[in-house]
Every structure is written in C-alpha cells, then in structure tokens.
Design a protein around this ligand. Structure first.
Ligand SMILES: [Zn+2]
Length: 168
C-alpha cells in the first residue's frame, strides 16, 4: 500500500476517523510509517488521516521521542492560550489558535495498553491539533470567513517539499 501525505483540500482530511479495535502488526506498521513521514517533513505531530488512514491514531514528538496515542480522548482541560500553528497538510498556513494549555488525555499505546497522560504547553497544543484531525477539523477552521477566503485565494498546495511518498 502506497502512502502519501494528504494535502488540503484532499477530502480525506475532512472525514471522521474510526476507533482502533485491533492492536496488531498492521497498527505497528502504520505507527512506524507515521513517524517516518513526520520526521521527513520535520513535523512535531501527525495524525493517521494525514497519510490517508481513517483511524484514531496520532503521533507526537516534541523532542523526547515519538509518543503514540491510539483512540485519544481529552478528559480534562484547563486554561487558554493563543499560539501560532502550522500543519503538514496545509503548506504555508499559519493560524493563531486559542486552546487550553493543560490537558489530560486517555487512550492506548500501540500495544493496546491503557495510557493516561497529563500534558501542558507545546505538548498539549500538538496533541489537541492532532486530535482535531481525527474529527476532520483543520487549523483553517479557526479562521474568520474573510481570512479563510483570502487564504484559499492565495493557497498553493503544490510545493515540492510536500510531494513525499512512502510505503507501508
Ligand atoms: Zn495538522
């Protein structure tokens, strides 16, 4: 199966992802592919739909090694902070987004073991961004109508850096 990084306006990015119920070799392979893509693109997070897989899997790496969260669920959040976000699936976009800076997440690791994580600041930010992807939500959804129109008019999704392919 050939995998490519999905770039807005690819419809896959707008779909809702399904929970993972089988923790097998295939899931391991997906996780490995996701990390490869993320590293090749110099990203700090990636969600499975960004490589065309509509399953609730995210990977985050803010410099401490990849953290996989399967079926992530935010169970608590606190505070509000505005920070600029970009997205590997929307080259050139950067949006100021207000989000909680402290969150608690429940989910599983790729072996299916339950995990419970408290995250703050950048880690909390990236996790929330990736969870949005699992709902089909993108950073440009935080723009005003006017700003979105302007963004779409100037959007050029064919930047060579994003023509990245890989194999599962
Ligand atoms: Zn993104």
């Amino acid at each position: 199966m050939e995998l490519t990084i999905r770039i807005y306006p690819d419809h896959v990015l707008r779909e809702k992802s399904k929970p993972v119920s089988t923790f097998d070799e295939r899931l391991q392979k997906i996780a490995t592919s996701m990390t490869e893509f993320m590293q090749r693109l110099d990203g700090i997070g990636l969600a499975a739909p960004q490589i065309g897989i509509l399953e609730r899997i995210i990977v985050v790496d803010i410099g401490r090694g990849p953290l996989y969260i399967v079926n992530p669920e935010i169970i608590k959040s606190k505070g509000k902070e505005i920070f600029e976000e970009g997205c590997l699936s929307i080259p050139g976009a950067s949006v100021q987004i207000k989000r909680p800076f402290l969150i608690e997440i429940r989910g599983c690791d790729i072996e299916g073991k339950e995990i419970h994580i408290k995250a703050k600041d950048l880690l909390a930010r990236v996790i929330q961004h990736e969870i949005d992807h699992l709902q089909g939500k993108l950073i440009i959804d935080f723009l005003s109508k006017e700003a979105l129109l302007k963004f779409n008019m100037n959007y050029n999704p064919t930047l060579p850096a994003f023509q990245v392919r890989g194999r599962e």
